[in-house]
Design a protein around this ligand. Structure first.
Ligand SMILES: Nc1ncnc2c1ncn2[C@@H]1O[C@H](COP(=O)(O)OP(=O)(O)OP(=O)(O)O)[C@@H](O)[C@H]1O
Ligand SMILES: [Mg+2]
Length: 253
């Protein structure tokens, strides 16, 4: 059994809404295992993004604990939390959110400079290597406004990898991409997971979900469904789609 990388214990997260509390996460328990490509699904508004933000320390929880490698990080102050986010976690969102006045190369490298104990040369070499691996090397000296959405997103993945994160958190990473860019991004994410990188991804897209080694389903503020899958291979994409579809149907998705 793989090690638990992140654990959520009795997580509650509420938002005040017109004087009433909206309990989005309600005594939620979850374990994310090292090496897994974990996918979270659930209806719109079920709290998937809220859960991702809670587990990654991007947002505070109302009560409960988030435990990362046996440390209760939900009790960390903002400085300590920011250090964990910078050094141990990588992030990919629906939009690439690149810094508009920096080239693709600079976007990746600057994130590396922010991490502790890294030399400029080492970071630069690695940024080059990652941009090549993500197949955007030719666009590396251009600004985000001068590249396609797919290229920008591949750069965002390179940026997420530059500090060798323990885990990549991805919220609908293919949500704004066309079909061919979606396939490219999913292939890259599958490759990096096969090299041992843990991934936690939220998605609505069946084509993205079938990349998982483990799927979780969120409803009423809790995890109510789980399914394990073998490692992805393109030959069994169709049968995986059928399997995940049947699982989602059984959960009234
Ligand atoms: N900052 C906030 N303030 C108030 N309510 C919020 C806030 N963030 C989220 N919510 C509410 O919490 C619920 C869950 O939102 P969340 O974004 O986590 O859903 P989701 O499952 O990611 O949905 P989608 O699939 O549409 O992205 C929603 O009802 C949303 O309106
Ligand atoms: Mg969301």
């Amino acid at each position: 059994m793989a090690d638990v990388l992140i654990k959520g214990k009795d997580i509650c997260k509420s938002f005040a809404n017109n004087g009433r509390q909206n309990h989005v996460l309600n005594m939620l328990n979850i374990e994310i295992y090292e090496g897994d490509f974990t996918v979270i699904m659930g209806r719109s508004g079920s709290g998937k993004s809220t859960l991702l933000y809670a587990l990654s320390g991007m947002d505070r929880i109302t009560s409960g604990e988030v435990i990362y490698k046996e440390e209760v990080i939900s009790r960390y102050n903002e400085t300590k939390m920011a250090a964990i986010r910078a050094n141990d976690f990588g992030f990919v969102f629906q939009q690439a959110h690149l810094v508009s006045n920096l080239t693709l190369f600079e976007n990746v490298a600057v994130t590396g400079y922010l991490s502790k104990d890294r030399k400029y040369k080492e970071v630069n070499d690695e940024a080059d290597k990652l941009l090549e691996m993500m197949n955007v090397n030719e666009a590396k000296d251009r600004l985000p406004s001068q590249v396609s959405g797919g290229e920008a997103q591949r750069c965002a993945i390179a940026r997420a990898l530059i500090n060798h994160p323990q885990i990549i958190f991805a919220d609908e990473p293919t949500g704004a991409l066309n079909k061919s860019n979606t396939t490219d991004v999913l292939n890259l994410m599958t490759d990096i997971n096969e090299r041992g990188q843990s991934i936690l991804m939220v998605t609505h897209d069946l084509k993205a979900a079938i990349r998982a080694t483990r799927l979780l389903y969120l409803e009423d503020g809790r995890v109510i469904g789980e399914m394990k899958l073998n490692r992805y291979s393109s030959e069994d994409a169709k049968s995986r789609e059928a399997q995940v579809n049947a699982w989602l149907t059984s959960l009234n998705w």
